[in-house]
Write a protein that binds this ligand. Structure first.
Ligand code: PLP
Length: 432
């Protein structure tokens, strides 16, 4: 079952923020790559935690026991989301940037002068600067994979040449938060593995659009952030167990030495972990909600057949839901691209050939020869259309394609956006 206009309308009902009116117009949220809105069940889960189960970890009294049960369930849900059976290989933390800085500090302890790491120019700076600073501290050489400015894809042939037996780490994003390009992470991780290098994936932009699969990708580490996939502001880190156990994180003497506890320094944001669990359950429910919506209006509760029976575990539901999301977003993407083609002054960065849309997400960056990204975003904001402008921290990319300092305008579609919102956006762009 795929999503369609009517099932998306039903899903939108459970996102209170989507009712917002700006200057007399319904707000159109195309700012998903900077952070998505949340369904009511996420808001309820956070409130419910704070009202009924708010406690620190490992107490022997009722609220602490309940809180720890919730944490265990959340680890399992996060494991289902990234595609591993091992809930202890997943830890929570403040956000992707903070988790990556902490991980880079642990991983780089064994690097020596003469070693090399391989990064890419398609990245958000959070998958660049933590590694380059660690390399600087350890006297390690950084090798960069370039971007082809014609379609904003990585020059993949450079991996063959730049990954050598001196390589200690290969870090790459699953998809670009600026231009939507999806990278072939499975083959990149394979090349890293062949020389014994650690592979690290930034899945922050990919997570709300398609199914993550650490098992098949065979990556060593992957990090994503729940606020990009309809949850609260918190980060999630997956790591292979042998590495989580053998690396030495910077941690207190008093914090646990087993995994994931050794990676989760300090008191955790329990209410946001409860919200993240609800966000993952929302994602898992989408395909069934879409089916139910075809016969009745979706309600503000999970449909009754959302149990985790062995025949239909959460991972399978997540895969089905993410496939439904991907299919619907591809339809919206085509619609937007066709509209942009009718506006010849606008340049679309990234893959524009519909035959290759399977290689991109529905995140589109545009520029205009006469209007700055800031001017365009300001005009759209006045009309209740929320887009981003600038470099969205994808500085390695914007520097490499020459759009600094003004950057681009980013239109980020996600599954709660509609064809009507895209039409409104296109009308406004036509009036520039
Ligand atoms: C692709 C990508 N990587 C990393 C980050 C940083 O994530 P966080 O805000 O969780 O640190 C972002 C945030 O926009 C992003 O889009």
């Amino acid at each position: 079952m795929t999503l369609n206009d009517s099932s998306v309308q039903s899903l939108r009902q459970i996102f209170p923020a989507l009712r917002k009116i700006t200057n007399g117009q319904p707000a159109a949220f195309f700012d998903g790559p900077a952070g998505t809105q949340v369904p009511q069940m996420v808001i309820d889960a956070i409130g419910n935690y704070l009202i009924n189960h708010n406690a620190n970890h490992a107490g022997l009294f009722e609220t602490s026991v309940e809180s720890d049960q919730m944490l265990a369930t959340a680890h399992q849900a996060a494991a289902d989301l990234v595609g591993t059976a091992d809930p202890d290989s997943v830890s929570f933390g403040s956000n992707m940037t903070t988790l990556t800085f902490a991980l880079s500090r642990a991983i780089s302890q064994s690097w020596n002068p003469g070693d090399e790491i391989v990064l890419s120019r398609l990245e958000h700076d959070a998958n660049f600067t933590p590694w380059t600073l660690a390399a600087r501290d350890r006297g390690v050489t950084v090798k960069m994979i370039d971007v082809d400015p014609a379609d904003c894809t990585l020059r993949l042939e450079q991996y063959e040449e730049k990954i050598t037996d001196r390589t200690r780490l290969v870090a790459v994003g699953c998809a670009s938060n600026a231009v939507g390009t999806i990278n072939p992470v499975e083959s990149i991780c394979k090349m890293a593995k062949q020389v014994g290098a650690v592979s690290f994936l930034d899945a922050v932009h990919y997570a709300p659009h398609a199914s993550m699969d650490v098992q098949n990708w065979d990556c060593d580490f992957l990090i994503c952030s729940a606020y990009k996939f309809f949850g609260p502001h918190i980060g999630i880190m997956y790591g292979k167990r042998n590495l989580l156990e053998s690396l030495q994180p910077y941690k207190l003497r008093t914090s646990p030495d087993d995994t994931p506890g050794r990676w989760m320094t300090g008191t955790q944001n329990h209410e946001c972990i409860a919200g993240t669990l609800a966000a993952i359950e929302y994602l898992a429910s989408i395909e069934e909600r879409a089916s139910n919506a075809s016969s009745c209006q979706a309600e503000n509760v999970a449909p009754s057949n959302l149990d985790d029976s062995p025949q239909n575990p959460r991972r399978q539901k997540l895969e089905a839901s993410m496939a439904a999301i991907r299919q619907y977003e591809q339809i919206l993407l085509r619609h937007l691209m066709e509209g942009l083609e009718r506006l010849p002054e606008i340049k679309v960065w990234g893959i524009t050939d519909p035959e290759r849309f399977d290689q991109r997400l529905p995140t589109i960056s545009i520029t205009h020869p006469k209007h700055s990204p800031k001017a365009i975003a300001t005009q759209l904001a006045e009309e209740g259309i929320y887009v981003w402008h600038g470099n969205y921290y994808a500085l390695p990319l914007t520097e490499s394609i020459g759009v600094e300092p003004e950057g681009m305008v980013r239109i980020g579609l996600c599954h709660y956006n509609t064809r009507a919102e895209v039409d409104r956006l296109l009308e406004c762009l036509a009036r520039l």
